[in-house]
Design a protein around this ligand. Sequence first.
Ligand code: GZL
Length: 326
Amino acid sequence: MKKNMLAGVALLGALAMAVSGCAGNTGETPGGDGGDDVIKVGFAQTGSESGWRSANTESMKAAFSAENGFDLIFNAADNKQEAQIAAVRSFINQGVDAIVIAPITVDGWDDVLTEAKDAGIPVILEDRTVSASEDLYASWVGLDFEQEGRTAGEWVKENFDGKGANLVILEGTTGSSAALDRATGFGEAIEGTDINVLDSQTGDFTRDGGKKVMEGYLQKYGSDIDVLFAHNDDMGLGALDAIKAAGLTPGTDIQIVTIDAVKDGMTALANGEFNFIVECNPLLGEKAADLVKAVLAGDTVEKKTIVPDQSFTQEQAKEVLDSRPY
Ligand code: GZL
């Protein structure tokens, strides 16, 4: 009887450990050299809306690789925030060790970030950021979108102020920190100039969106448009098709300034179809992975890490095009 009771107690103990997830948990900090130390990470990407996004996804997958000690669960939300939030909830239910998010829009994150915090799962933001309280995420690594917009605006001011120039704008995804902050920086830079903003609408960071909105601008304003500011290369590349279809020459009849500096954008700049590009570095994977490991190890990390950007003229694009990493 006693023997059976002891066996029963041992079995219950083992079951209790298995249920609580302690089974096999040696109590070691995740992120060691394999086995139980593998760090299980859920990454909620925006989608695949642009060349920049593809480069960012590639960088993240390379950094969160098995050989780097990760088990990555990847989700691309097709640029729909509700799908992205659902993905984060799924990561929480799967009991991942950490969650990384490239939040499509700034608002709407408080509830699911609170759920992750209550579940004891740290969240790292990469690329864009959120309006939720900073205590709901461990850290953010991204770019200075306001400065990117300001740099683009300073170029427009330098080249068009005092000429009564007409400007149209292709905005990024509505409510995204990239679009909001770029608009703020750009607006500050051209304030007080005689540059006339004819129109500003979202093309959702996609080529198709940029083409469709630019077609509308050309129908409405035609050759009165002197300069286009596109919040990313892909919308600018879509606008090229519309400008050429209208019998106008991009880079000459309509000068174009964009943000990102992906290969296709830099090619358009080098061949004279674009006039100026402000870089937005998508290679954030290594920094995001380092942040995850540091947070899980209990290290103190910076709340914000800004990755530096640069800008390019047509001449500079010709020089660097073949050596560009993305
Ligand atoms: C910027 C990023 C933006 C890019 C677009 O960091 O969020 O989203 O500028 C991308 O190309 O779609």
